[in-house]
Design a protein around this ligand. Structure first.
Ligand SMILES: C[S@@+](CC[C@H](N)C(=O)[O-])C[C@H]1O[C@@H](n2cnc3c(N)ncnc32)[C@H](O)[C@@H]1O
Length: 203
């Protein structure tokens, strides 16, 4: 559950950088559960989370992650990154741009991950940025690993939202769209993607 302090930290980041945060409130528990369902519940999986913000999805990932698993979170906003490190000591926070995902993980000694969970505001990104990040996601996913991400229903008909959905189908053989999660502000849906079409050597 997000606290009042989480919400105020989120709002302050949204006011500071509206084009980077791209939301009016942190994800609610129902959305976080669907996003985190891609995290394997066995063995010692390595998970990369993109854009953790104040950590509502990080919390659910942490609950699912079996002992010995590792949870990396890439956050571009320095204040949110600092805060996440304090509030989620089990998360290995990587400060930087999701477009550098491969290099950030490599710097932490990791080449492949068993799941990528995204909280990024994709519909705000220009196509080149959407492609750059999706290429990195494809590059780091281990064979059989899944990628989950969300879109606000309100943004799916926009040019950025439609282009992002088309790109998901270009970059992944399988794209499964969830039901609408109405118990979220605003209502959202989740895309669950597997089997990248981009070869590791192409990225
Ligand atoms: C819509 S908020 C979602 C936050 C959180 N995952 C949630 O569900 O409440 C988007 C988050 O992505 C981060 N972000 C935006 N662009 C990013 C980028 N290129 N690389 C890493 N993080 C980014 C923002 O700073 C913010 O924390």
């Amino acid at each position: 559950m997000q606290t009042i302090s989480d919400t105020s930290a989120f709002l302050s980041a949204a006011l500071r950088q509206p084009g980077v945060i791209g939301a009016v409130a942190p994800s609610g528990p129902a959305l976080a559960e669907v996003l985190a369902a891609v995290v394997p519940g066995r063995d010692k999986p390595v998970v990369a989370e993109l854009g953790p913000g104040t950590g509502p999805v990080s919390r659910v990932i942490g609950r699912r992650l079996p002992p010995g698993g590792r949870h990396f979170a890439v956050e571009i906003d320095p204040e949110l990154a600092d805060r996440l490190e304090l509030t989620h000591p089990d998360v290995e926070v990587l400060r930087g741009d999701a477009a550098d995902l491969g290099a950030l993980l490599y710097g932490a000694g990791v080449r492949q991950v068993d799941a990528v969970v995204s909280g990024l505001p994709w519909s705000l990104f220009p196509e080149a940025q959407q492609r750059a990040i999706l290429e990195q996601v494809c590059y780091v996913l281990a064979p059989g690993a899944g990628f989950s991400t969300f879109a606000y229903r309100i943004s799916t008909p926009t040019a950025g939202g439609r282009r992002f959905r088309a790109l998901l189908h270009e970059y992944f053989e399988e794209v499964v769209v969830s039901r609408t999660i109405w118990r979220n502000l605003p209502p959202a849906l989740v895309y669950l993607c597997r089997r990248p079409t981009v070869d590791r050597t192409d990225a």
